[in-house]
Design a protein around this ligand. Sequence first.
Ligand SMILES: NC(=O)c1ccc[n+]([C@@H]2O[C@H](COP(=O)([O-])OP(=O)(O)OC[C@H]3O[C@@H](n4cnc5c(N)ncnc54)[C@H](O)[C@@H]3O)[C@@H](O)[C@H]2O)c1
Ligand SMILES: [Zn+2]
Length: 381
Amino acid sequence: MPATRSVPEPSPTGRVGYDGGVAIVTVNVLGSPYDVHVEPGILASAGAILLAGSSSTRVAVLTDQIVGPLHGPALAASLRAAGFEPILATLPPGEANKSLTALLPVYDAFLSAKIERSTPVLALGGGIVCDMAGFVAATLLRGVPFIPIPTTLLAMVDASVGGKTGVNHGVGKNLIGAFHQPTAVLADPAVLRTLPPAELSGGLAECIKHDLIRDADGFANLERTLPEILAGDVGALAELVAHNVRIKAAVVAADPFEHGERAHLNFGHTFGHAVERVSDYAVGHGPAVAVGMVAAAALAVDLGMLDGGSRDRLVTLIGRAGLPTGGLSLDADAVVRAMGYDKKVSDGRLRLVLPDRIGHVVVRDDVPAARVAAAVRRITA
Ligand SMILES: NC(=O)c1ccc[n+]([C@@H]2O[C@H](COP(=O)([O-])OP(=O)(O)OC[C@H]3O[C@@H](n4cnc5c(N)ncnc54)[C@H](O)[C@@H]3O)[C@@H](O)[C@H]2O)c1
Ligand SMILES: [Zn+2]
């Protein structure tokens, strides 16, 4: 739906083509491809981009109380300049508010403003806002266009690619939801400059994961460019986002419903989810995935699949990204038990995504529990 620009070709090194900070990555899913626009300052062009594809004069915008004041005015000005009337709803931030209850006033706001089937829902925020706005878009009037404008690194490289939307339930995270593909994604790397460093590091955990599972050259590039990324260099951030969207898009397009290789994206997550749960979510997702990747790499070395040098490169990069590599004050046995309840358990066997070199992983369902326990003890104090 938005105006299209030329799409830079991926270079042979696996890095996405990159032209002055602008990249468009097409996500080919289920016959409804959409473009992820990665461009510093694109927030201020959102109205004009929308105008090219929308027949509605109104747009519904969902944000949160932290991102709204920071970046809402620029988005609203851009929408108004293009002749749109924004209908704004603001959520309290935080995972505890990622619930159906928190969405009720949002439905009230959008429905009482008489939105139509053609009215797009925009998400301005991190993964929580994107997941919730996507669910609203999937369910309002049985489905309206959805345009995420992700504002965290994690939301840009992970949550806004793949079409998973939803909210949490008391029984567990993300248990109520729907697949609803965006019409387009507008990723503005410049907004990452207001992101707290810990949130940037959390997103970097997924970026490290992407290169570790798919792209050895990308991994080496990240080792080189990490200082600029951590310093908030917008060009480096734009390149990082485009590169990672391309990896996630390729994996998702090959396996939209998680029957096969999309499981590779779970690298570090089987350990990580258990760490999140056992810590009662005191360890956040990014740090949990970070130690999860350390544990998975240790296990791979233990099984003779991975060389120690590659493991050391991974652990070093994780640490340099501001993420933990071990020393958790958690009961290792409790973490192992929690892994048994992970949703990645198939036919009673624990399926683990393990690296056999940087840039490549395999799925193993034959790892003895004792070896898994030993790997967990590497990341607990
Ligand atoms: N749909 C998917 O495929 C998918 C994939 C991964 C994660 N997720 C979901 O994403 C959520 C986590 O997303 P997240 O890590 O972005 O967390 P988040 O949405 O909670 O954002 C982190 C914090 O940063 C603030 N923030 C966001 N952008 C900011 C900015 N530019 N400047 C300053 N502050 C900013 C937010 O208000 C929030 O307090 C989880 O609920 C997870 O389930 C979904
Ligand atoms: Zn993750």
